[in-house]
Design a protein around this ligand. Structure first.
Ligand code: CA
Length: 398
């Protein structure tokens, strides 16, 4: 791939083979990240440098561009690449420094679905909460389990996370439940998929139609109040223990940046039903890292996740539920085989039985006020280098 005339950035992973989309600045322009800069696509379109017949680049959110579909996404990427490679465009484009630029939630979230696709995560939680039974429930290997989350509380990286309050389980059955701020506030390191092109209600989307519908990928932190969750979740599943906030990255990596990251997913036993079968199943070799107050506490491998992104999409629609532009579906907590690959504190501390020691000597089981969590990830790029997905960052406030 030809090099860009934009100087190499201090942080690697945002080169010409990546070009993630975001919405930035007080005027909410659409841009792509290139090295330490943002190329302003809204300005480029209004200057006539970038074709924008549908006006998608004049919007203050990515939804119109996402709805325009894969042919539009490909032609835009081709034009942006041309501009960033051919130095004759240098004086005609608007480049803004990424450092200090305000990033907004890049798209208006329609529905939000959260899966439970990691075999290791589901097994760890099963062992903790049902020590005498099979760790996996009977449905787990037959379908990607999920619940509907709250799209209105999806927030962009950097947004403060207010500690939720709520009811928790009484010490003794029959007692009044305690009420107050959560004391077991946790993270879930996840990978999210952003739907561009919707589907008709009453139809289903097969796993191999993934790239016709999905616009891009972003990191997700699905904040979770374990004490609220444990008391409320029977029998209808997660509710207030999850819905107070879900953080997503400010940069969405387009699928076109990820063919180099495609990997063979783990074998599935028993074989899934036909509607969950992909002709050529694939996962994404994303290497996640979770940092708590600067200390690396986990390195979850997304490439090992059991249910693939295509299967998750197929499961969401097999009953005829439609997709809408702006739908977000997330993988569920990504955990690997090794203890240092677990994507939540409840697994890393085994339900609070052990604690993590941070670099400054402090101990943690769950999050304290002022704690900052950063989830980042890299992946093999199309040029054999590595790209860095936009990080998702959040600080807990009382
Ligand atoms: Ca989750």
């Amino acid at each position: 791939m030809s090099a860009s005339w934009v100087p190499e950035g201090e942080l690697p992973g945002f080169g010409i083979d990546h070009l993630p989309f975001g919405v930035f600045g007080p005027a909410r322009h659409i841009g792509v990240a290139i090295e330490d800069h943002i190329l302003d696509l809204t300005e480029g379109a209004s200057d006539g440098l970038i074709d924008d017949p549908g006006g998608e680049l004049g919007a203050t959110e990515l939804n119109p561009l996402m709805a325009a579909g894969p042919i539009r996404w490909a032609s835009l990427r081709e034009r942006v690449t041309e501009i960033l490679v051919d130095e004759s465009h240098r004086d005609r484009v608007t480049l803004v420094k990424r450092q200090g630029a305000q990033l907004h939630l890049p798209w208006r979230v329609a529905d939000y679905v959260d899966f439970y696709s990691s075999l290791e995560h589901a097994t760890n939680l099963g062992r903790m909460f049902r020590p005498d039974g099979e760790p996996l429930l009977p449905n787990w290997r037959h379908l990607p389990v999920a619940y509907h989350g709250r799209s209105g509380t999806v927030v962009v990286s950097g947004t403060e996370i207010r500690r939720p309050k709520g009811q928790t389980r009484p010490g003794q059955p029959g007692e009044t439940p305690p009420f107050g701020p959560s004391r077991r506030l946790d993270i879930e390191a996840e990978v999210g998929f952003v739907v561009g092109v919707g589907s008709e209600i009453g139809t289903s989307v097969s796993p191999d139609a993934f790239s016709e519908h999905v616009f891009g990928v972003c990191l997700v932190n699905d904040w979770s109040a374990r004490d609220i969750q444990a008391w409320e979740y029977v029998p209808l599943g997660p509710f207030l223990g999850k819905s107070f906030a879900t953080s997503v990255a400010g940069w969405i990596t387009p699928l076109a940046a990820l063919p180099g990251a495609r990997t063979t997913p783990p074998p599935q036993h028993p074989p899934p039903l036909d509607y969950l079968r992909d002709d050529e199943p694939w996962g994404l070799d994303l290497a996640l890292e979770v940092r708590l107050n600067g200390t690396l506490i986990s390195s979850p491998p997304f490439g090992e996740i059991y249910w693939t992104p295509g299967q998750q999409l197929a499961q969401m629609t097999i009953n005829g539920a439609s997709l809408s532009t702006g739908d977000l579906y997330a993988s569920g907590t990504v955990s690997g085989n090794e203890p240092h690959q677990r994507g939540s504190l409840i697994e890393l501390t085994w339900n609070g039985e052990t604690s993590l020691t941070l670099e400054n000597g402090e101990e943690r089981t769950f999050l304290e006020d002022g704690d900052e969590v950063v989830i980042s990830a890299t992946a093999p790029s199309n040029s054999g280098d590595r790209i860095a997905l936009g990080e998702v960052r959040g600080v807990i406030v009382p």
